[in-house]
Design a protein around this ligand. Sequence first.
Ligand code: HEC
Ligand code: CU
Length: 492
Amino acid sequence: MILKQDKLKIKLSSFLAYLGLVTVLLTVSCVNTKKKTYENTADIPVNREMVAELTAPPHVPTPVGKRLAKKLIVNMEILEKEGEMTDGVKYVYWTFGGSVPGSFIRTRVGDEVEFTLSNHPDNKLPHNIDLHAVTGPGGGATSSFVAPGHEKTFSFKTLNPGLYVYHCATAPVGMHIANGMYGLILVEPEGGLPPVDKEYYIMQGDFYTKGENGEPGLQAFDMNKAVDEDADYVVFNGSVNALTGDNAITAKVGETVRLFVGNGGPNLTSSFHVIGEIFDNVFVEGGDMINENVQTTSIPAGGAAIVEFRVDVPGTFILVDHAIFRAFNKGALGMLKVEGEDNKTIYSGVVQEGIYNPEGGGVQTMPDDGKAKQTVATTEKTLAEKMESGKQIYMQTCFACHQAEGQGIPNAFPPLAKSDYLNANVDRAIEIVLKGKTGEITVNGEKYNSVMTRQSISNDEIADVLTYVYNSWDNNKTNVTKAMVDRVKSGH
Ligand code: HEC
Ligand SMILES: [Cu+2]
């Protein structure tokens, strides 16, 4: 009896082994045939249509599972809105769908995505979208440029599975990305990614503010720091505490966790690491290649990775950019809270929350570097001196928007070159630089309705930069003095 059963077992196990071999062979051949060229994924037929579920970070939409390729309707709204970078520090974010990073889009290979990008009427600027998952000019950017109060629709077929970044590509591109205009689009393979217990959406970004890290108040974007790659904040999900405390992501002991991690940049490469975990699998650069047993994975600006791990012990696991000053001093720090039974074999120590509390996160007081100090001009400078200093100020402060030759950017930033608006009224121009400007204006016959933020430069510097502007590019050669700026400032 026993013997018989054993024999049966042997038979059964060899049968299973055979079956296993067949499966392996089948899988191998499957993998081979699945390695699709552009032609055959382009040929995947679509079956009916559905409206895509879009989610704000750290959440992701429902997995595609075994569903067939569909016509997938994506409706994405651009919102420019004020948010909090960290306690007491406000920033005007430009967003896809109201969050930074923008809404997560989940598709499968072969989907025909019908993408409608709408630009909210209260927004100030035109925008567009370049999706790295798109095969076509500009990744969609050329077909999606849309002014406030308008919408554009274009469609594309997802040919290559993987995790892809999307971002705004409107000039100045770096500025749009730096203000938060990026997100992730996932293209799952046929049959979907293997199921896991928890999935989350995390995206790193670097931010450049006029004030130093922690300087309170509404902080404007700083083009010079952005060009120098000198970030004030490096954060996950758009702000310093987006993934800490009550905002931490969670899992239970024994669960498998998959993180879709992107890097919007605009400048810095992320050395993504979870303190106290080892990534069982990393889909390197968001593509097909899987690396196993990884401590830290490199995620380039404009790139992504999928990392997977099983959580075996409870505690708070800290997500960082392991370029570590960014984590502890600039905000690139998140938390994964794991609940469940201790496993003393795997980890015996006292698990203590808060052990890695950031020393330098949050509000910091920085020494005043006296940047905005009013310089006292004892004798009035010569025109040549003012031109030289004015040019420098222009290239540091105004050039990002008004461009090197004062030509501006159509529909976004008015020209200063040969500007009828500028030449008509010098006091008005001084006031614009002193106080900023919003609302509709007409420059050389073109309407602009946007925002110029107040420029934090001294009265002396305003005199120099406007003298430079007035004495360049066919303008009327007004020599703007500090006394004129003082008078406009005092309102007399
Ligand atoms: C962040 C982008 C930005 C920066 C930086 C900027 N501007 Fe502007 N500027 C604008 C926008 C946008 C408008 C139009 C505002 C509106 O629509 O009401 C404008 C309007 C103006 C105008 C009036 C319109 C015209 O074309 O004559 C002047 C003059 C001007 N800016 C000068 C400057 C000077 C000088 C600097 C540097 C000290 C500067 N701006 C920096 C965005 C900017
Ligand atoms: Cu944009």
